[in-house]
Design a protein around this ligand. Sequence first.
Ligand code: FAD
Ligand code: PHB
Length: 393
Amino acid sequence: MSNRSRTQIAIIGAGPAGLLLGQLLHVYGIETVILERKSRDYVLGRIRAGVLEQGTVGLLDEAGVAARLHSQGIVHHGIELVFGGARHRIDMKEATGKAVTIYGQTEVTRDLMDARDKAGLTTVYEAEGVSLHDLDGDRPRVRYTEAGVTHEVACDFIAGCDGSHGISRQSVSPAAITTFARTYPFGWLGILSETPPVAPELIYANHARGFALCSMRSYTRSRYYIQCAADDRVDDWTDDRFWDELKRRIDQEAIDHLVTGPSIEKSIAPLRSFVAEPMRFGRLFLAGDAAHIVPPTGAKGLNLAASDVHYLARALREYYAEKSSAGIDDYSRRALTRVWKAERFSWWMTSILHRFPDTDAFSARIQIAELNYLVGSRAAATALSENYVGPPF
Ligand code: FAD
Ligand code: PHB
């Protein structure tokens, strides 16, 4: 072995889960090494989530990386629902006292990477062939290759923060994992454009032609999504076709205010619900998409990664500072309790807003009745709001 080193926590993956865990542990005085398969620019080039719960913002504050978020993020107190051609507002602040912040995952990632660089902490980008060893003993190890040289990192624990296709979950015997999954029979076609948002808050639309979402990244940059066929290809969708289809699914006021422009990014995301249980295997902990996936309708993916990291970072701090294993022993249970709440909410939001192959006239009426109930009942609006702003960590 050419290169051996040691750290307390080896983190696999430099997405939001891995980077936030690394930063919190640094604040707690715990040493980490992050191994990331892709380059820094590649990680920053992925356009993903845009809505941060108050708990996630609090965690970024605690990690000392929220200055730009507070100056550039946009605080939203409500969302709008469009159905039957009319728009209705849900006032989440009134219902829960809480708000969400619009700040892109790319920016969160950039802030965390910059803080890690500034603190002089080790992140290995383009780490190839990462492999996990001795998870059941008390001296786990991680191996990887960088520029043709093999390295080995000995550690106390491994945090698998390497997303849904990562190596961490795959390193565990299938017999030790139970998985729960649902694949939805459609995808989301998303575009990013340098145009002002169509409305001050996010608009979620239920329409006979399919779901649509008007979101944003800033006052000058918008993000729009439309439900598309699962097997559609991005090349099938010119910008003009996208804008035409979006206009068919939103209300007249939104059509009148919509500013269109060339897309600067366009991609199709499949919709999936997935949970792997448990989230700990000996000395390996899974966090974020490595353990669970939600359809994006509830804007929960990134926020769930943050809540896992919150539980895990606290548990590890307790392990080192108080010599107590209580937190790490309870990590999987605590994280999964919150994960399943977000799984339920994301599945429910998806089911009331999308057109399914078996959405017949009866089901369509039931969706509209449910949406009418949401906007007409304080109790129902509060239930939606509590979940959208996120249950407490
Ligand atoms: P990731 O962000 O996936 O990070 C995992 C990291 O691990 C990656 O950088 C990856 O390169 C690295 N990695 C993988 N395998 C290895 C390996 N073998 N060795 C080393 N490193 C490895 N959520 C929303 O709320 N709204 C959205 O609009 C939205 N859109 C999305 C679109 C797409 C295409 C995807 C995939 C997800 C989207 N999500 C969205 C979900 C949200 O972005 C994720 O929940 C969030 O990124 C989870 O963070 P993570 O750190 O757990 O995983
Ligand atoms: C986004 O802006 O990318 C976004 C916002 C809300 C969602 C999903 C995605 O529910």
